[in-house]
Ligand binder design. Structure first.
Ligand code: FES
Length: 120
């Protein structure tokens, strides 16, 4: 089945892609210049932000729950489950990495030996 992929930060360019193929391969075959590294879902280089629709990315191991909750998807393993809209490239990575000064860790995210005050 063909799905429509809209790339919001490329003038809303649209592409028809096969839902069985990884988005990285489909978009690159359509001439979209995308960064990638490992191509098996482990290195995060190909991350993009999903702003509408759904993907299946069960094989990815690069993203943590915080990144997933911000909409990140791993294009080398993600397949579109519906028509989707993406932001791609490094400009989509604003929430991929945490700035510890602007976005400090919550207590429950700290390692226990840091979060628990030690008896002095
Ligand atoms: S290229 Fe490494 S996670 Fe996609």
């Amino acid at each position: 089945m063909m799905r429509t992929v809209t790339i919001a930060n490329r003038d809303n360019a649209t592409f028809q892609v096969d839902h069985r193929k990884p988005l990285l391969d489909s978009l690159r075959a359509n001439g979209v210049d995308l960064p990638y590294g490992c191509k098996y879902g482990g290195c995060i280089t190909c991350a993009a932000k999903l702003t509408a629709g759904e993907v299946h990315q069960g094989a990815q191991v690069a993203l943590n729950n915080r990144q997933i909750s911000h909409g990140y998807v791993i294009l080398c393993v993600a397949r579109p489950m519906s028509d989707i809209t993406l932001e791609i490239g490094v400009e989509s990575h604003d929430k991929l990495y945490r700035n510890p000064f602007l976005d400090p860790l919550e207590p429950h995210e700290l390692k226990p030996d840091i979060a628990t005050p030690k008896d002095i």
